[in-house]
Design a protein around this ligand. Structure first.
Ligand code: ANZ
Length: 830
């Protein structure tokens, strides 16, 4: 009986002692950077999702190592963030303490998984050694004009007097006290990601990423082509600029809508309307952008009392405010064309505003359709201009060009590309994050903290219980430190940075192994970046994966890195469900790996996860399914217990072995571990009764080793010790053998350092081959012969073929031409 518990412990200790997974980043001749998104150090045990996400890529890494690659596969902890802070609020335990405990605990659990991480190259984003670089990055962004401060809205609970993260607002209410959350303006720090919108979009073309993810990024960046147009305000010298994707509909713009927060609202609203306008603005403060833009909701708004002039028709049109127009998009102002825009249509119907049709659908046979004024919806697609003076008769695309030229000529508008992407708000009114390295002089002007003061330490004398303000405001030490360094009356920035800043460059810092002097070594960066394979959940399609690309591009511009893109190839792991449902604490259907690992061992658990389906598809958990893998492992063990034979019985095993090497190799290359395991099971079925010779046994164990590393190491020891087999035994199947030659232990080599076996295609061919038989160059028959038949035998078989005989009858063969493995041609006298 195979004892997984003892064996796994034994090899984990042996690998660690021999530093099997450590190597010199500077020396690797054939580097491959395989990175799996690092976890948040949670207090709970590693769950099935962790096991799935980390153990399967680990098998892939083991496979690549055996193929001769020097694989860098580091692991660290994304340790800042809300959960540790919330835990501190509840328990009073400082986040630094609980995080450190969790990290230590998780490393132990990872070790039990038997993964190849080199822990000497780990990192923790909440350590001062790491966050000094998060702060350094902020300073670089600031220096290059990519970090700036402006007022932005935050979710605010007036009862708890605190800023809330999005996930703390449930249906617009505070998760703690259920008070309605309002949007409160606060000055905050931003990174200017919008400057990179075009590059972020174009760069996607060249990435080997899932198409769906690229599409999500494209939508998130949201490129719109259109125009900006200026509308004069009646009786005022000012004007309103709108952004539109349909400048061709300008003649149909019958009113203007401003976002309620638009700065011009105050200046254009006549006294008599101020009351209604303010009441409306106050109401809107309770709504999030998502609620405001919900297409199904009833449109609301109020008239400001002001008029603008439509530059095309020169008519006076009313200026309204309405919450369906967002201040954060375009110019925060729209020209409303109710005949051709759904939202404007609904709004116009609600408030009885004029609708003017300016685009006609392409003609559909005889008769003219009903006018849009009387129809039930806006006509929003392309067509032909009507009621539009000099645009009449033009198709939408032509009309757009003509009107933009007209606007440019009159200097009241121009072509404009607009992105939906917003600048990245990096300020958090939270404790557990990297302090933003900025101080304010007594006049309130911000100054970046000189680099020599980094790391700008996160103070520890803070109050975790919510007090209504940024927790850092309560640190005496923080204020005193600032005054001591910068002078009386100077105060530090009290906000910390979004944790997505920490994870936007961690792939670079892994290469530096904690170096405190240099952000990145250009040689190492050139050698290892971009990451060859990045693995993580599809939920990161937008934020993290866009931020990391943005920061890499910025660092490239600053001259620190040689490429623009951090992740060459990306794959997402699938989801493990339980009876079809997502596992979650609230459903109470979370599978804990521990009981299974204790009972069957980590190899069996890992292989069972693999066996569920292709890695990118995930699978459905079943308690009983794991037993099938356990049986397979015990059968393999018994087979090796029986001992190894001198010779294999028969060519069929040899052929199956080569076929299996091919199948397992290709399956692992494509992350289809499920079918790789199935192929090994099939092989086991074939050899179980007959037994294996040494060579076959070795190859079988090599194939098994990425997936069941501990078991394979144990079996390898069984068949390699003593007497050791000469390496040449394996060379027969084409494998260059073995030995990395680096790690030896008492003359024996770990299987993790062996080479991956190769197959010989000749064994994949069938036993027989088809020979064409010709007489004087004309095909007369096809014969199937054994591949190993002699030439004479093949000629004899050809002569014996009944159809050939009828042609040969009474003729004299003057020549026999034989093309090896292909044809026999008899030349005869006619
Ligand atoms: C006039 C018009 C006529 C429009 C028409 C559409 C159809 P995308 O594609 O998303 O970029 N818009 C502009 N700024 C807005 C804001 N801050 N909040 C809400 N809506 C805004 O959409 C651009 C269109 O959305 C713009 O083109 C504008 O309405 C509206 F037949 O202008 B359009």
């Amino acid at each position: 009986m195979y004892n997984a518990q003892n064996t796994e412990k034994k090899w984990q200790a042996a690998w660690e002692e021999a530093h099997v997974f450590q190597f010199d980043l500077k020396k690797a001749p054939d580097p491959f950077y395989c990175l799996v998104m690092f976890p948040y150090p949670s207090g709970a045990q590693l769950h099935v999702g962790h096991w799935y996400q980390y153990s399967i890529p680990d098998s892939y890494v083991r496979f690549l190592r055996m193929k001769g690659k020097e694989v860098f596969h580091p692991m660290g902890f994304d340790a800042f963030g809300l959960p540790a802070e919330n835990f501190a609020i509840k328990s009073g335990i400082p986040p630094a303490t609980s995080t450190q405990e969790n990290v230590t605990n998780m490393i132990q659990q990872f070790k039990r998984m038997g993964v190849t991480f080199d822990w000497s190259k780990s990192l923790n984003t909440s350590s001062p050694e790491y966050y000094r670089w998060t702060q350094w990055l902020f300073l670089e962004m600031y220096k290059h004009g990519l970090a700036y401060k402006k007022e932005a809205h935050v979710n605010y609970c007036s009862s708890c007097q605190t800023v809330l993260a999005n996930e703390q607002c449930q249906d617009g209410h505070c998760e703690r006290c259920e008070t309605q959350v309002i949007q409160k303006p606060l000055p905050q720090w931003f990174f200017r990601i919008t400057d990179f919108a075009g590059r972020l979009l174009d760069g996607l073309e060249h990435l080997d990423w899932p198409e769906k993810t690229k599409l999500m990024q494209r939508n998130w960046i949201g490129k719109s082509e259109g125009a900006v147009i200026e509308f004069n305000i009646k009786n005022e010298s000012s004007n309103i600029t709108v952004f539109t994707t349909r400048p061709d509909t300008l003649f149909g713009a019958t009113y203007i809508v401003l976002a309620p927060e638009h700065p011009m609202v105050e200046t254009i609203t006549p006294k008599g309307h101020i009351g209604a306008v303010h009441a409306y603005q106050e109401n809107v403060r309770k709504k999030t952008d998502l609620e405001r833009t919900d297409l199904n909701k009833v449109k609301t708004g109020v008239w400001t009392g002001a008029y603008a002039i439509n530059p095309a028709t020169e008519e006076e049109i009313p200026v309204w405010i309405a919450d369906y127009v967002l201040s954060s998009y375009g110019t925060g102002a729209v020209m409303a064309v109710p005949a051709h825009d759904e939202r404007d249509w609904e709004f116009a119907k609600t408030y009885d505003l004029p609708v003017k049709e300016v685009v006609a659908p392409p003609p559909r046979g005889e008769g003219t359709g009903e006018g849009v004024e009387n129809s039930l919806a806006a006509f929003t697609t392309d067509g032909t201009c009507i009621n539009s003076s000099f645009l009449n008769g033009l198709k939408t695309s032509e009309a757009k060009k003509k009107i933009v030229a007209w606007l440019e000529d009159k200097e009241i508008g121009r072509h404009q590309v607009q992105y939906r992407l917003r600048d990245w708000l990096v300020s958090r009114q939270r404790y557990w994050g990297a302090p933003i390295p900025v101080v304010y002089d007594p006049d309130g002007n911000p100054h970046p903290i000189p680099e020599k003061h980094l790391p700008w330490l996160l103070p520890t004398d803070v109050e975790f219980k919510p007090t209504g303000e940024s927790p850092l405001k309560h640190s005496k030490e923080f204020r005193e430190r600032t005054e001591k360094i910068f002078g009386k009356g100077w105060v530090p920035e009290f906000d910390t940075m979004d944790t997505f800043v920490c994870s936007s460059f961690y792939y670079l810092r892994f290469l530096m192994e904690g170096d405190l002097k240099k952000f990145i070594d250009p040689h190492l960066e050139k050698k290892w970046m971009p990451v060859d394979l990045y693995i993580g959940g599809p939920e990161h399609a937008c934020m993290h994966l866009i931020y990391a690309r943005f920061i890499m591009m910025a660092l490239n511009d600053f001259g620190y890195v040689s490429s623009e893109e951090p992740f060459k190839k990306l794959i997402h792991q699938g989801l493990i469900t339980n009876k079809g449902a997502k596992m979650s604490k609230s459903r109470g259907n979370v599978v804990s790996p521990d009981t299974f690992v204790e009972r069957y061992g980590s190899d069996v658990f890992r292989m069972y996860l693999m066996f569920m389906g292709p890695f990118t598809d995930g699978g459905d958990w079943s308690d009983t399914g794991i037993k099938g893998i356990e049986r397979f492992v015990q059968r393999v063990w018994r087979l090796f217990e029986k001992g190894i034979k001198k010779n294999n019985e028969g060519k069929d095993i040899e052929r199956l072995l080569h076929k299996t090497v091919k199948k397992v190799t290709e399956d692992i290359e494509n992350f289809r571990f499920n079918t790789a395991i199935a192929a090994l099971m099939e092989f086991l079925n074939a050899v179980e009764k007959r037994g294996m010779d040494e060579e076959t046994a070795k190859i079988f164990v090599l194939l098994l080793s990425p997936m069941a590393p501990h078991l394979a190491e144990e079996l390898w020891e069984k068949i390699s010790l003593p007497p050791r087999l000469p390496a040449v035994a394996l060379a027969k199947v084409g494998g260059h053998l073995p030995h990395r030659g680096r790690i030896k232990e008492g003359g024996r080599e770990f299987i993790v350092n062996q080479c991956w076996p190769t197959f010989d295609p000749k064994f994949l061919l069938s036993d027989t081959m088809t020979i064409v038989v010709q007489i004087n160059g004309k095909v007369r028959a096809n014969i199937d012969v054994n591949r190993e038949s002699t030439q004479e035998h093949i000629v004899q078989l050809a002569k014996d073929h009944p159809h050939v005989q009828t042609f040969l009858r009474g003729k004299i063969i003057t020549k026999e031409i034989v093309v090896k493995s292909k044809l026999v041609n008899f030349v005869v006298d006619e």
